[in-house]
Design a protein around this ligand. Structure first.
Ligand SMILES: O=C(O)[C@H](O)[C@@H](O)[C@H](O)[C@H](O)COP(=O)(O)O
Length: 350
């Protein structure tokens, strides 16, 4: 455990300056009996655009995740947990208690831990609700997910329970080089047997405004169908997992610093036409959506992100200049930062 300097907010930090990756799971592993929620893929298909991946691996029979994939304090496999979330040292409130910072020596270990984290959340959600709803961003995150498409996760995960969404998407054709759908499909989704009807791409024939409305309508139907849960606390959909990246300017999803969209309070999905990061037209989940998620995995690597990471972990004197990443504040979930040493290099006590 590494403690941050007094100038830095108290925050649980798990440091992994050795050859083992960290198990990120310190939240409840309780898996209730499988819910009786009825998930109708055919009903879903009526309302949402889903797409077939370019290729599929054969559907594998699901087995329980091997016990070595499920963290326990006594486990000491090469990917065993080396730390658990600590209570914040003080002053941070509940939102602070719902955050963890993991630091990896190498991207390889980060990818292994991210796969384990995602597989475990998938298993828990499938057991509790009969579905696993996961929303992806674009960027380097997708490459970091690659190990999910490899043994043992490829065989062990119950891919039939997965429902895949995009936290944000560029408004371009799905086969465009800038498409987050294409990025995820090429790098991850085409390699795992998720039913095509459970991969929810945006309607790329619409304008940005139309695509955002259409995606929100899609999500509303999936809430009605019982696929997506609702947060009783916020009144917004509660995804089982959102996987985010962060830009050097502190943006997350397509929620950029200083853009009015960061203050959206009503809509589930909104759009921008002036993104500072190309391409300019995007749709994005709004902050009420992001902050209603049950879990967020935030993958942040590289020295270019160090400034924003430093700000995110510094004492906040005012709420007027918050970076978007600082506005990620889960109401009832757990935010886990997956970082490397260059990304945290400006944190003085790391
Ligand atoms: O489509 C997008 O542009 C993303 O959703 C965006 O929010 C991305 O995740 C960050 O910019 C981090 O990207 P990198 O990890 O590639 O730096």
């Amino acid at each position: 455990m590494v403690h941050l300097s007094p100038s830095t907010r108290s925050f649980p930090v798990c440091s992994t300056f050795h050859a083992a990756a960290v198990d990120t799971m310190s939240t409840s592993a309780t898996a209730a009996a499988a819910s009786s929620t009825s998930l109708s893929s055919s009903a879903t298909r009526r309302y949402c655009r889903s797409s077939s991946p370019a290729s599929r691996v054969p559907v594998t029979l699901r087995r329980s995740l091997p016990s070595r994939l499920v963290s326990s304090p006594s486990s000491r496999s090469p990917v065993a947990p080396v730390c658990a979330t600590a209570s914040p040292g003080g002053g941070g409130g509940m939102a602070e208690a719902r955050k963890k910072l993991l630091i990896f020596d190498a991207e390889e270990y980060l990818a292994e831990s991210l796969a384990k984290y995602t597989a475990r959340l998938s298993e828990e959600s499938a057991a509790e609700r009969g579905a696993f709803t996961v929303a992806l961003s674009g960027g380097s995150l997708i490459k970091a997910l690659r190990k999910l498409a490899e043994p043992p996760y490829l065989e062990a995960v119950d891919w039939s329970k997965w429902h895949v969404f995009w936290v944000d998407e560029r408004v371009v054709p799905k086969d465009h080089a800038d498409s987050n759908y294409r990025l995820a499909m090429d790098g991850f989704l085409s390699k795992v047997p998720i039913p095509a009807s459970q991969i929810y791409a945006i309607n790329d024939a619409l304008s940005a405004a139309g695509a955002a409305d259409d995606y929100e309508t899609c999500l509303k139907q999936l809430v009605k169908d019982g696929v997506i849960a609702m947060s009783q606390i916020t009144g917004f959909p509660k995804f089982d997992l959102m996987l985010l990246g962060m830009g050097p300017d502190g943006h997350v999803a397509s929620l950029f610093p200083g853009h009015p969209i960061v203050n959206e309070k009503q809509k589930w999905v909104s759009y921008i036409k002036d993104s500072p990061k190309p391409p300019p037209e995007r749709i994005t989940f709004t902050f009420p959506m992001v902050n209603s998620s049950a879990h967020i995995g935030l993958v942040v690597t590289g020295a270019g992100k160090a400034g924003a990471v430093h700000k995110a972990f510094s004492d906040k004197q005012s709420s007027s200049d918050l970076l978007p990443v600082e506005m990620v504040s889960l109401q009832e979930g757990m935010l886990t930062w997956f970082t490397d040493k260059p990304a945290v290099s400006m944190l003085s006590s790391i």
